[in-house]
Design a binder for this molecule. Sequence first.
Ligand SMILES: Nc1nc2c(ncn2[C@@H]2O[C@H](COP(=O)(O)OP(=O)(O)OP(=O)(O)O)[C@@H](O)[C@H]2O)c(=O)[nH]1
Ligand SMILES: [Mg+2]
Length: 286
Amino acid sequence: MKFGEKLKSFFSAKPAVCEELLEDLCDLLIEGDFGASEAYKTVELLKERCKKGGSPLQILAGLLKEELNSAKPAPDISTGGLTAILLLGVNGVGKTTTAAKLCSFFSAQYNKKTILAAADTFRAAAIDQLKIHGQKLNVRVIAHKQGGDPAAVVYDALEAAYSGGIDIVIADTAGRMHTKSALVEELRKIDRVVEAKAADASYLKYLVLDATTGRNAYAQAEIFHNAVSLDGVILTKYDSTAKGGVVFSLACGLGLPVAYICTGEKYTDIEIFNPQKFIEEFTGIE
Ligand SMILES: Nc1nc2c(ncn2[C@@H]2O[C@H](COP(=O)(O)OP(=O)(O)OP(=O)(O)O)[C@@H](O)[C@H]2O)c(=O)[nH]1
Ligand SMILES: [Mg+2]
């Protein structure tokens, strides 16, 4: 059952606001991947606002909207000038697939020219995987040998973008556990290279998060954000989960917006995150 349907049937079974409803709602929100403190805070606010009357579910939807608004808005990619996008994240979350999806999306939506930087020089098949996407999408892939310096790949990709009239460079990086400090240090090096080489570009660091990992996604975001100061997250595999409460925690707890949401393996399964639509699905309100 979709989380929104659960929430809707919860409120239709308990239409009046009472202590029992509020306690059970707190549990339900946690089940939907809210953090305990956000769930509690949300329920306390709901209790306050319901004193003036109105539908608790509608009031909850309004509160959730405020929570999402506490994150800075996701940057607009459709403007001019070079944009460099670095995709980060732990193993298997969908970084490489998302890099390819973004190329296809930017081309279709804004007629932007992209190139891919194969900055995952760690995993044996990673470079070929990206090259295959590049061939299918007719997008140039800048790659070095396996085991090379990922920062050097990103440097070359930026150089190629400046000389080749490219609008957006998308760098796919190696999956790394957020707990491994050497790999996080490597990210800092890539970060310094982009800052230096593309000082005039808009530079966006997106953490790719697998929506099915629930609360663990929040822990990942916290560590990556502390290491390299993220601009937002891209939520993948949203087709495979009925939850999504972690999005509210990312906004409230870390001020991080969701920039894009992915709902499948095809190149077209990506869209700009729409807070209103997300809340409608999350709460089951049409
Ligand atoms: N259902 C679904 N599957 C996805 C989505 N995004 C990626 N995948 C799948 O997830 C798997 C891993 O995707 P990759 O793009 O290789 O992930 P990665 O983060 O680059 O993995 P590493 O490079 O090994 O760290 C693939 O089978 C993808 O097809 C999505 O939005 N929905
Ligand atoms: Mg990959």
